[in-house]
Ligand binder design. Structure first.
Ligand SMILES: O=C(O)CCC(=O)C(=O)O
Ligand SMILES: [Fe+2]
Length: 295
């Protein structure tokens, strides 16, 4: 009898603790559920669009804090990024110029092409995707290259490169003369064919400074239109907690500092063909190259 009373009163005393424990467990489950829901949501690609295909942008620029990546390389004051960020402009290259460059890309890439979905033509080295490998277009065609590319094609590349270089210098507050074109500089053509080698796997998140070494400022000139010429294939900056996309548009220039402050990837192309050209700059004159020339 006495024992029974003692048990009952202990049970009564335990009651608020049990209740608190249950409430704590419930809130843990709710918080966990919310966390995984928000992670999944991000995986699903709920993102902010930095540049819509239909918009004509003048000078969108977003500053982001620089990563420490530049510290492990030789610094060139007045050029090596102290101000980092990303910009998009539709006002530097016209749609007509982009179409002319696209025809150059089509002509060059029609001579080769990867078995997988991603083909490149490196304008500096002449490397052209062919099947599962690369061939050297300049070596392969020798003097005949003059039947494929004209002097005007190279003049247009040079003019476009100069204007992009000036735009980058202006956006980051540096002198255009402190920037040097660097390799690789290449046309890319992407379709929805599955990858056959790792060279075709363009969709992995990466940092250009890590992938290409010499890059300090990357630029991409788009030569075709998202949703008109191809589906998928948007460019995505992968920031902690959110993604920011750029929808390609013919004549659109996207440029950014090449360190890990600008981790990015390209979505898989779902249909159609996507053309772009990569034109990047280094602050290190030793890593500079001249404009591609008709050899
Ligand atoms: O084509 C693009 O939009 C980006 C390609 C890219 O990230 C790269 O070549 O490093
Ligand atoms: Fe990249």
């Amino acid at each position: 009898m006495h024992v029974g009373v003692a048990k009952k009163s202990r049970a009564r005393q335990d009651w608020p603790w049990r209740w608190l424990k249950a409430a704590f467990l419930v809130s843990l489950v709710v918080a966990g559920g919310f966390l995984s829901w928000s992670c999944l949501r991000n995986e699903d690609g709920v993102t902010e669009v930095l540049a819509r295909r239909g918009d004509s942008l003048r000078d969108t620029f977003i500053e982001v804090p620089c990563s420490e990546d530049y510290d492990s390389h030789k610094r060139f004051e007045g050029c090596t990024p102290r101000k980092c960020g990303r910009g998009v402009t539709d006002a530097v290259i016209t749609r007509e110029e982009a179409e002319r460059i696209r025809r150059i890309a089509e002509r060059g890439l029609s001579l080769g092409g990867s078995d997988g979905g991603a083909s490149i033509l490196d304008l500096h080295s002449g490397a052209l995707s062919l099947g599962k490998h690369f061939v050297n277009l300049y070596r392969y065609f020798g003097d005949k290259i003059q039947d494929i590319f004209t002097e005007e094609d190279f003049a247009l590349y040079r003019d476009v490169r100069q204007r992009i270089q000036q735009r980058i210098a202006q956006a980051f507050g540096i002198s255009a003369a402190s920037l040097y074109l660097t390799k690789p500089t290449f046309f890319s053509r992407i379709n929805s064919t599955g990858a056959k080698t790792t060279h075709d796997e363009y969709w992995h998140p990466h940092v250009d400074k890590v992938t290409y070494g010499s890059f300090d400022y990357t630029s991409l000139l788009y030569l075709s239109d998202y949703t008109e010429d191809f589906g998928g294939g948007r460019f995505v900056f992968m920031d902690a907690g959110s993604n920011k996309t750029i929808e390609p548009r013919a004549g659109r220039v996207s440029f950014f500092t090449s360190g890990s402050e600008n981790l990015h990837r390209v979505e898989k192309v779902q249909w159609g063909t996507r053309y772009a050209v990569t034109i990047s700059f280094t602050c290190n004159p030793d890593h500079g190259i001249g404009d591609p020339v008709l050899k």
